[in-house]
Ligand binder design. Structure first.
Ligand SMILES: *[C@@H]1O[C@H](CO)[C@@H](O)[C@H](O)[C@H]1NC(C)=O
Ligand SMILES: *[C@@H]1O[C@H](CO)[C@@H](O)[C@H](O)[C@H]1NC(C)=O
Length: 284
């Protein structure tokens, strides 16, 4: 099917419609690191990432986006994944005033929970790590990992559970990424100098190659360069009322994660930050 009927429909429904789920990985993404370690499967609708002693691998979106939602279903490395890191992130790709929204999945010894680290760089400053232990085995099946980014907040989701919220508190002097577009990236690599228990657990290379799987790539946002006025168009669904704050069910699940699964929060790390960062006061 050609994409024209779809686009025509979009134009009828909303002038702000800028999205179509890609049929294949290569429509929206390109391989940025080690072609030989990314294999397309299921006619290109899913991919297998490979890490072995020769290389890890990575891919990036062909376009950059300004606000929207990115989502992927990922099945992480099974068994002993200690020392591996699978990352899924958005990045402005600028050196000095980088904006970046990170999901990093830190491997673990068999049977122990995977840790998900999130971080946010705004206007070139990061150091906003939080870590949660997942409440399910992310290597047993695919789960959706998403980031919504609009003028009001940034929310990281694991399936339908918000695990992190970063509000736009620019009015209170908290930097917020909203000046530059970001691309969507993913990498699988070896980081056994820090990833698992602070680097104590090394990769067991006799278990290599390690495989992670991705499918259901979904980016809905304003491509940049793209339709003029898109990024500030209030008709974009991700700017709608339902996406300006967590709803009651989401807020409940978010509290549940923070109470039961959060294992590190930079906001509470007084030895690292004797002066509590401003966004930590501004309300969760
Ligand atoms: C690995 O599992 C252990 C034991 O459950 C846990 O303490 C640790 O936070 C997990 N994650 C990492 C990255 O070590
Ligand atoms: C590494 O994996 C091999 C093969 O499964 C196993 O025999 C060995 O005990 C593992 N080493 C560590 C440090 O876990």
């Amino acid at each position: 099917m050609s994409s024209y009927p779809f686009l025509a429909l979009c134009v009828l429904i909303s002038a702000a419609c800028t999205w179509a789920r890609p049929a294949t990985f290569l429509q929206d993404f390109r391989i940025t690191w080690s072609d030989s370690h990314i294999r397309q499967i299921h006619r290109g609708t899913a991919i297998q990432l490979i890490l072995d002693q020769n290389s890890g691998c990575g891919f990036a979106s062909r376009k950059q986006y300004m606000f929207g939602r990115v989502s992927m279903k990922i099945k992480l490395i099974t068994g002993d994944s200690a020392g591996t890191v699978t990352a899924f992130y958005m990045n402005s790709d600028t050196d000095s005033v980088r904006d970046e929204l990170d999901f990093e999945f830190l491997g673990n010894r068999s049977g122990q929970p995977y840790t998900v680290q999130t971080n946010i760089y705004a206007h070139g400053k990061g150091d906003r790590e939080q870590r949660v232990n997942l409440w399910f085995d992310p290597s047993a099946d695919f789960h959706a990992y998403s980031i919504i980014w609009n003028h009001h907040h940034i929310v990281f989701y694991v399936d339908d559970v918000p695990i992190r919220v970063y509000k736009n508190n620019e009015g209170r002097g908290v930097p917020y990424p909203r000046m530059q577009p970001m691309g969507v990236y993913s990498t699988l690599w070896e980081a056994d100098d820090w990833a698992t228990r602070g680097g104590l657990e090394k990769i067991n290379w006799s278990k290599a190659p390690f495989y992670a799987y991705y499918k259901d790539f979904d980016i809905e946002g304003c491509p940049v360069p793209g339709p003029s006025g898109c990024t500030s168009d209030p008709r974009n669904w991700w700017e709608g009322r339902a996406y300006q704050a967590l709803n009651a069910g989401e807020a409940r699940r978010y509290r549940w994660v923070r109470m039961n699964h959060m294992i590190y929060d930079y906001c509470k790390d007084n030895s690292r930050f004797p002066v509590t960062p401003p966004e930590c006061h501004a309300g969760i």
